[in-house]
Design a binder for this molecule. Structure first.
Ligand code: MLT
Length: 302
């Protein structure tokens, strides 16, 4: 699906395609531009004439940025193009963590074919009782394109929203509702919020930011959501907090061997931007950026 959308966007833009398979690198030798989503691009496979790389997505951690800078290769991402897809999955994650929808569905599956399933279900359903999110406090760490959408959606669902971002852009500030508590430090988010959702990139100063000390400051029974990057969370410290119940649930879009299948964890296989709409938006934005740069030397974002 995604590859098809990229190919479509490329041909609509009138650009020619060297290879549709990133592993067939020898065929890309003459390419001026590389468009990629989740594959990692290593310097050793850089096509010789390469001038520009566009990542169809927000994160650029699969691109060797330093080597690109040394070689004068321009790197684009597509900020905001998949933000709505990610926002919708974050809201779904919050609901999945609050209501035992997964447990209920699994129970029904296990009893499929039973004549009296409706009656048994009525007796069993107390096992799957949950909580509503309305009136609860949500802390949004990182108020970029995705964080702002999540904050505004949560407000519409009746949550009280706290937002933290020391580097908020003018665009984000403009899009941010005045009904959000804009706090100046993470401690306030940790101490106040029933749900905390991460929307910052994995940089040197954010990697491992959710460690034992941060978890210790959070409210007892907090639900933590991570649809940003797995490296933000120190897994061993998280597991410790999950085992004591201090963090009640962890919802993540990043499967790791240590978390998959673990109790109190909901792991999604990186589906945040996997919607027709987000994929199409990203492909088109990436192709526009490449074309604008190759044809006019313009940098739409970097
Ligand atoms: C992103 O970096 O945009 C997200 O992780 C979504 C994705 O790449 O699929």
């Amino acid at each position: 699906m995604y590859q098809y959308q990229c190919l479509n966007a490329i041909s609509e833009a009138g650009l020619s395609l060297f290879s549709e398979d990133y592993q067939r690198t020898e065929e890309m030798a003459g390419a001026d531009a590389v468009l990629l989503r989740s594959a990692s691009l290593h310097e050793t496979v850089f096509p010789e004439k390469l001038k520009v790389i566009a990542r169809a997505g927000a994160g650029v951690n699969n691109i060797p940025l330093e080597e690109c800078a040394e070689k004068g290769i321009v790197v684009f991402n597509t900020p905001g193009a998949n933000a709505n897809g990610v926002k919708e999955l974050v809201i779904a994650g919050m609901l999945l963590a609050s209501r035992d929808i997964i447990g209920g569905i699994e129970w029904v599956k296990a009893h499929a074919g039973e004549e009296n399933i409706a009656k048994t279900a009525e007796k069993q359903k107390k096992m799957f009782a949950g909580q509503e999110i309305e009136g609860k406090k949500l802390g949004v760490i990182g108020l970029g394109a995705i964080g702002v959408l999540v904050a505004n959606a949560a407000l519409h669902l009746g949550m009280e929203v706290y937002g933290y971002d020391p580097y908020m852009s003018v665009d984000s500030a403009w899009n941010l509702s005045r009904h959000i508590h804009h706090v100046k430090n993470l401690e306030t988010i940790y101490q106040e919020c029933d749900y905390i959702t991460l929307h910052v990139p994995a940089l040197d100063d954010t990697k491992g930011m959710i460690d034992r000390e941060a978890a210790g400051q959070m409210k007892d029974g907090v639900i933590l959501l991570n649809f940003a990057r797995d490296l933000l969370v120190k897994e061993e410290d998280l597991i410790e907090a999950l085992e004591t119940g201090h963090i009640r649930k962890y919802v993540t879009d990043f499967p790791t061997a240590g978390l998959a299948g673990r109790d109190h964890v909901i792991v999604i296989p990186h589906l945040g931007a996997s919607t027709e709409e987000s994929e199409d938006n990203c492909a088109r934005m990436a192709v526009r950026e490449i074309r604008e740069y190759l044809e006019n030397g313009n940098i739409m974002n970097s």
